[in-house]
Write a protein that binds this ligand. Structure first.
Ligand code: AHR
Length: 491
């Protein structure tokens, strides 16, 4: 049993739609094959971009897309990716599989993808192996509307108008693949590079400094102290890895123990955000600087028989639970977490979409993004939740997690996750500060822990109408099936 109190009149702040953001790197089959097929492909496309992917991303109202990496970003030289495609240099993607990168997907193609899907662009610049001038020129190329060498080059490449560029990251994981720097050194570099990330015309860039990974609090401390005043956002990466980095565990072949461990590690996101937030609060009590969780999600061993450098993994109802749990946590921290980007959009890590030739599969994680989109830009509402514990061996975690928000039309949405793979959960929710006459809902669940969608069975795990919630006066009673994600709408 879970006891909840919904205080509909207690608002906790706006849930930025950017929390539902995505990340697409030049890695494996994410960009090439997954998003970009080229104009001459037989796969239906618009300007080289797959139509099925465009439609799927529009459906979930993708708010923002981070590109081109990841580790790839600190080796990427943007001038390689402009001009006639056949003349663009070919290079080796040393980080990811050692395959040839032909640079056919570059700045113009990325901006087209954003235009077609409605996503705001979030570009990550090269600090690790790039120069200040290279970064400065990229911004000028994209956003300058006057006469200048870079704006003229953009025009020569077929784009007259500057683009609107909202988000820019100054490097990625510069404590690791982005240069193995110390925080003191990176903080100084950030200050230097960020100086030249200029606002041209009416374009205003939200500058994001590279943040830490998981528990490295010292990185956050130094960055906030030395460079906090010069940034709009500070990133944070956290991946849910059930095993160790050398043996992470399979995406589809796992037992109850691995299920439990995965969800427990996903829940750790709450603690990680809280610890980094505490440091940020010290330097930035008004919460001006956003925490930008620009890489999160599950990371398993690659699918057997696939390139280990391509990070291709399947996606089950377990991943849907990870997504639901994580969004409930982000909602709780919405006054500090301004953006989050799941890793990654297509065919890499916790993908929302998988492709094979002209076929496309929507994963269980995709459906969570679709169900939860009602929370985008809604007001978070207080939901006090006391859940039974889900016990496994000596350890336990809450069986149910939940969050609530109110949209512009006044509707309340409650999202609930039942983490237990075998037991249903009864929820008794007192409704305060509102009068609800009607409740309807959607559920995502499965009968086995590793249920997933394949190219042969693309709709095995898909949202269904939920009719196990009823309102009795000021109380709502809900029966959550085992391993389920439910979103309710109250009017
Ligand atoms: O998402 C895969 C990789 O994970 C990214 O390139 C890197 O930033 C992180 O370590």
């Amino acid at each position: 049993m879970a006891k909840m109190i919904l205080n509909a009149d207690v608002k906790l702040g706006k849930i930025s739609k950017h929390i539902y953001g995505h990340f697409a790197e030049h890695l494996g089959r994410c960009i090439y094959g997954g998003i970009w097929v080229g104009e001459d492909s037989e796969i239906p496309n618009t300007g080289g971009i797959r139509n099925d992917v465009i439609d799927a991303l529009r459906q979930i109202q993708i708010p923002v897309l981070r590109w081109p990496g990841g580790c790839f970003a600190d080796e990427y030289h943007w001038q390689d990716g402009i001009g006639p495609r056949e003349q663009r240099p070919r290079m080796i993607n040393t980080h990811w599989g050692g395959v040839v990168e032909n640079n056919h997907f570059g700045t113009h193609e990325f901006m087209l993808l954003c235009e077609l899907t409605g996503a705001e662009p979030y570009i990550c610049g090269n600090v690790g192996s790039g120069t200040v001038s290279e970064m400065q020129q990229w911004i000028e190329y994209i956003t300058f509307d006057g006469e200048s060498p870079m704006a003229d080059l953009r025009r020569a490449n077929g784009r007259d108008e500057p683009w609107k560029l909202t988000y820019f990251g100054v490097g990625n994981e510069n404590w690791g693949c982005g240069g193995h720097m110390r925080p003191e050194y990176y903080a100084d570099l950030y200050r230097r590079y960020a100086t030249y990330v200029r606002n041209f015309g009416g374009n205003r860039i939200y500058k994001i400094a590279c943040g830490s990974s998981g528990g490295d609090l010292r990185w956050t401390e130094v960055l906030m102290r030395e460079a906090g005043r010069m940034m709009n956002g500070l990133s944070l990466h956290y991946y849910t890895v059930p095993g160790t980095w050398s043996k992470k565990g399979s995406a589809t072949e796992f037992d109850h123990r691995e299920w439990f461990v995965t969800l427990k590690k996903a829940l750790a996101m709450n603690d990680i955000i809280t610890r980094h937030s505490t440091i940020m609060d010290h330097y930035d009590p008004d919460r001006r600087v956003g925490m930008i969780i620009d890489e999160w999600g599950t990371w398993y061993d690659v699918e057997p028989g696939t390139n280990p450098g391509f990070l291709y993994q399947q996606n089950t109802i377990r991943d849907a639970l990870v997504a639901g749990i994580t969004f409930n946590i982000f909602h709780k921290h919405c006054s500090r977490v301004h953006m989050a980007n799941i890793a990654q959009t297509v065919n890499v890590l916790q993908s929302i979409l998988l492709t094979e030739g002209d076929k496309l599969v929507k994963t269980p994680t995709y459906h969570v993004f679709d169900m939860y989109k009602v929370h985008q830009d809604a007001e978070a509402v207080e939901l006090i939740c006391e859940s039974d514990q889900y016990q496994y061996g000596e350890e336990s975690i809450p069986q149910v997690t939940a969050s609530a928000s109110q949209d512009r039309a006044g509707r309340i949405h409650i999202s609930l996750c039942n983490l237990h793979p075998e037991h249903e959960a009864e929820v008794n929710c007192e409704l305060r500060g509102m009068v609800a006459g009607r409740v309807e809902g959607t559920v995502l669940t499965a009968s086995v822990m590793n249920a997933h969608n394949t190219f042969a069975q693309p709709d095995l795990v898909r949202p269904q109408t939920f009719d196990q919630a009823l309102i009795r006066g000021q109380t709502m009673i809900v029966k959550l099936p085992p391993m389920s994600v439910v979103v309710l709408s109250l009017e």
